[in-house]
Design a protein around this ligand. Structure first.
Ligand code: DOR
Ligand code: ZN
Length: 347
């Protein structure tokens, strides 16, 4: 099959990213702002972003961390806890501070210790979000110790998502970073109020990447990569052209020494070569014509935001990903470290 030497698409957005704070923010945010016009910024800082004042101040810190003149809009999210006040949610949303709210089940992942212990505790908040049309973003894993880590997403669908969608059918939900065929099937069967983001890593690697030939902490993120048949289901969904699936990198940098440790942190830093990584999947699947929808159209339509003006180009050229990237105060190992990718990003 012949494929073009370059592809130009409408400027894309990243619908799920961790930009961190402090010195790390200044080191990582420019990588996202270089490729994407907007990004949904996760609120799992320490302490988490739980009110209008905190989220507004964080937004200012992000803008201050970018080089002057950078054309980038952070779309901010609120961190839900058992104690979130529905009025604060509505206030922040109508003021344009919160684009969405994030549900972390307590202790599901990095920075989720203050998350929600039982969705029943936040039903008044979710009902208000349904009423005002504010999207709910979900880290979809149960935290029950009796459930195997590889099953936690599928069990979350049964125990939490199905009842939630039934109770609040008008609530618009993004099932974040889906990793299983069960999640793909659930989203496809759920209708237009449900969508999902898909990361580059879950399209490229299965769990062998973490565990074969030695334990490889840089392939570890949450939800953890699953078996090969799940990866294939994700690739099919991402490249299908369905408006329910869109780009969300979940780029989650951690210092190299914090990943290469006896208890390594979860998270993969994929921002520097995110588009190069995704487009390779679309090329391999013979679906380059579906790339623009996934990267630049389905997300804004779901969030009811305008499509971006302007374009970016990816041209066919070998690009070698460095072994590590200096993000100011520390080194971080990027996704695809040491690999050569077949496309080069041109703003
Ligand atoms: O791997 C992950 N890292 N998954 C998450 O849900 C959080 C993230 C982080 O903040 O490091
Ligand atoms: Zn995340």
């Amino acid at each position: 099959m012949t494929t073009p030497d370059s592809i130009t698409i409408r400027r894309p957005d990243d619908w799920h990213v961790h930009l961190r704070d402090g010195a790390l923010l200044a080191g990582v945010a420019p990588h996202t702002a270089r490729q994407f016009a907007r990004a949904i910024v996760m609120p799992n800082l320490s302490p988490p972003m739980t009110d209008v004042a905190g989220v507004s101040a964080y937004r200012e810190r992000i803008m201050a961390a970018l080089p002057a003149g950078t054309d980038f809009t952070p779309l901010m999210t609120l961190y839900l806890t058992d104690h979130t006040d529905p009025d604060e949610v509505e206030r922040g949303h109508s003021a344009g501070v919160f684009v969405a709210a994030k549900l972390y089940p307590a202790h599901a992942t990095t920075g989720s210790a203050h998350g929600v212990t039982d969705v029943a505790n936040i039903m008044p908040v979710l009902a208000r979000m349904e009423k005002i049309g504010m999207p709910l973003l979900i880290h979809g894993e149960v935290t029950d110790n009796h459930v195997d880590i590889f099953d936690r997403e599928a069990v979350f669908i049964e125990r939490t998502l199905i009842p939630l969608v039934k109770a609040l059918p008008g609530l618009r939900v993004v099932f974040e970073h889906v990793t299983t065929s069960e999640a793909v099937q659930f989203v496809e069967s759920a209708g237009a109020n449900l969508a999902a983001t898909i990361t580059p890593q879950h399209l490229h690697i299965n769990r062998n990447a973490m565990l074969v030939g030695g334990i490889r902490p840089h392939a570890y993120c949450l939800p953890v990569a699953k078996r090969e048949h799940h990866r294939l289901a994700l690739r099919k969904a991402a490249t299908s052209g369905s408006a329910q699936f869109f780009l969300g990198t979940d780029s989650a940098p951690h210092a190299k020494h914090l990943k290469e440790a006896a208890c390594g942190c979860a998270g993969i830093f994929n921002a520097p070569f995110a588009l190069e990584s995704y487009i390779r999947v679309f090329e391999e699947e013979g679906a380059l014509d579906k790339f623009e929808g996934f990267a630049s159209e389905h997300g804004p339509r779901f969030y009811r935001l305008p499509l971006n003006e302007g374009t970016v180009t990816l041209e066919r050229a070998p690009v070698t990903v460095p072994d590590e990237i200096d993000v100011g105060e520390t080194m971080v190992v990027p996704f695809h470290a040491g690999e050569t990718l077949g496309w080069r990003f041109r703003p």
